[in-house]
Design a protein around this ligand. Sequence first.
Ligand SMILES: *Cc1c(COP(=O)(O)O)cnc(C)c1O
Length: 235
Amino acid sequence: MTTIEANLQTQRRRMALACQQADRDVTAVTLLAVSKTFGPDAVAQAIAAGQHAFGENYIQEGVDKVQALRASHPEAPLQWHCIGPIQSNKSRSVAEHFDWVQSVDRLKIAQRLSEQRPALLPPLQVCLQVNVDGGENKSGVLPDELPALATAVALLPRLRLRGLMCIPEPAPDFESQRALFLRCTALFDAMRHEHGAAVDTLSMGMSDDLEAAVAAGATMVRVGRGIFGSRPARA
Ligand SMILES: *Cc1c(COP(=O)(O)O)cnc(C)c1O
């Protein structure tokens, strides 16, 4: 067994245990493998171990991997999620190559993504990134501005609004982590109430805090280091 395969088993066990402890069905939470900074070989090992959904932060690096892995694994039902900041001049690459974008935090980018999504592809699946701590320099729409953004994005023809993503500041213990995630859960519940059943994805929790995120209602956790190992500092 490869290290990546063993790590995937460990993360799936963690998720199952977290679901059990939160009294949730194990199928209620899916795993996004965050492969940023790791090469196609590492992703191929994860695919061999049954993982099909991958998250990438850096657009060009992500697009290179999407193309390489789709070519080498034509039969695999791969799903690629953009989870990093998107500058305007990169939106076309995202619209043309990714299946999901979880890092939409302003209308201008959403409009570009909708305009640039190729007609032959299914709509781009979108989560809005929320800044739940209100940190000034962080990405993410502020909670007060979320309802208006969600309403506008839901109207864009080539996007499908699926839910929310958040990356809270690291917190020291389970309860304070959970309290931050619950802010996002409350926003998600309000959004579902407004926009209906298509809104089904609450993406929160990473290697260090996925238990607290599952306890707060996450439907997708995004794990990088727990699967692929520690990342080199990015140059
Ligand atoms: C890097 C990253 C992750 C994964 O973080 P780990 O701590 O390696 O699990 C998840 N989500 C986003 C948005 C990231 O940038």
